[in-house]
Design a protein around this ligand. Structure first.
Ligand code: 13P
Ligand code: SF4
Length: 314
């Protein structure tokens, strides 16, 4: 609408004024992706944050992503449109529980997915994302005793592709847990020859039915390089916005279908936390320079180390 367009123009204007950049994850609404300076997967967003010379960074994603920005740019003002935008996966590993594990199991190398709080990262040896987990785990000494957390599905997948036997935390993402093999099989029947793209946070049987497994950026890249196919997409449906933009004539089918019968407009393949980023909140946080991310110094000091190690190893 005209209002939306006007608000988007105001957001771009205030960014200029405040020397701010907007970083957005692929799972945010299309309107947010439209006004962002940069959209990416968790790894690309962390790299971008580390590189920017802007005064202000607005992270349109979820809370741990804004924390990662702040850890990498402690002197910058890092804003997030809604600090309540959490992550079920990050919530599945509490720092106190990880600390207890370490006390009870000394000698473990702790590998943590980027979807964790700063307090958990402070107890971690190296952070990984879905885009670099395989590479980083492969580089760790063969005889290392490793705990991988919190995503159990990603951990099992990395164990399978690297031949390691990492101990796994039992956490997961509620959105990716919803994708079923049955829904994929039904879509495959309807669209013979379609290629199944899946995020490694999906369950093992879903990954076994997938043709391409990878981070949002990896899935997007595959589709962009092979646009003459039909894709069944097993990850948060927000990614379809950029897929369709990059490949306007390609058919992308979300799993499960976006509109379920009897619940118009309601879909179970969206992350409600990512969708808490709205244009109104984005504009307000730029205008007020708040809410800003602050991380206690003792936690920040330890939490940045495994992120830097990730950036060096990936
Ligand atoms: P990516 O690293 O693929 O961007 O995934 C982040 C995420 O939150 C997946 O649910
Ligand atoms: Fe967290 Fe899942 Fe949302 Fe990704 S999709 S931010 S893992 S809750």
């Amino acid at each position: 609408s005209n209002n939306t367009q006007a608000l988007k123009a105001k957001i771009r204007e205030i960014c200029q004024e405040k020397q701010a950049v907007i970083l957005a994850h692929y799972y945010t609404d299309g309107d947010i992706q439209d006004v962002a300076d940069f959209i990416g997967d968790s790894l690309a967003l962390a790299r971008k944050a580390a590189d920017t010379d802007a005064r202000v960074i607005v992270m349109c994603g979820v809370h741990f992503m804004a924390e990662t920005c702040k850890l990498l740019c402690p002197d910058k003002l890092v804003l997030c449109p809604d600090p309540e935008a959490g992550c079920s996966l990050a919530d599945s590993c509490r720092a106190e529980d990880l600390r207890k594990f370490k006390e009870e199991h000394p000698g473990y190398t702790i590998v943590s997915y980027v979807n964790t709080t700063a307090a958990v990262k402070a107890l971690t040896d190296v952070v990984v994302t879905s885009g670099n987990a395989e590479r980083i785990v492969s580089k760790l000494p063969q005889d290392a005793k490793i705990l991988f957390g919190p995503d159990h599905n990603l951990g099992s997948y990395v164990n399978a592709v690297t031949g390691r036997q990492m101990a796994l935390w039992n956490g997961g993402c509620h959105v990716h847990a919803r994708f079923s093999v049955d829904a994929i099989a039904a879509l495959k029947d309807k669209h013979p020859g379609a290629i199944v793209l899946a995020h490694p946070e999906c369950k093992g049987p879903v990954l076994a039915a997938a043709d391409v497994i990878g981070s949002t950026a990896v899935l997007l890249k595959y589709a962009t390089e092979h646009p003459d196919a039909t894709y069944i997409v097993a990850t948060e449906a927000g990614i379809l916005y950029e897929m369709k933009k990059k490949c306007p004539t390609t058919e992308f089918i979300p799993v499960p279908p976006e509109i379920t019968e009897g619940a118009p407009g309601c879909s179970c393949n969206q992350c409600e936390y990512m969708k808490m980023n709205t244009l109104d909140k984005l504009y307000a946080c730029l205008k007020n320079e708040s809410p800003a991310i602050e991380i206690p110094q003792d936690i920040a000091r330890d939490a940045v180390k495994p992120i830097i190690r990730m950036l060096e190893m990936s």
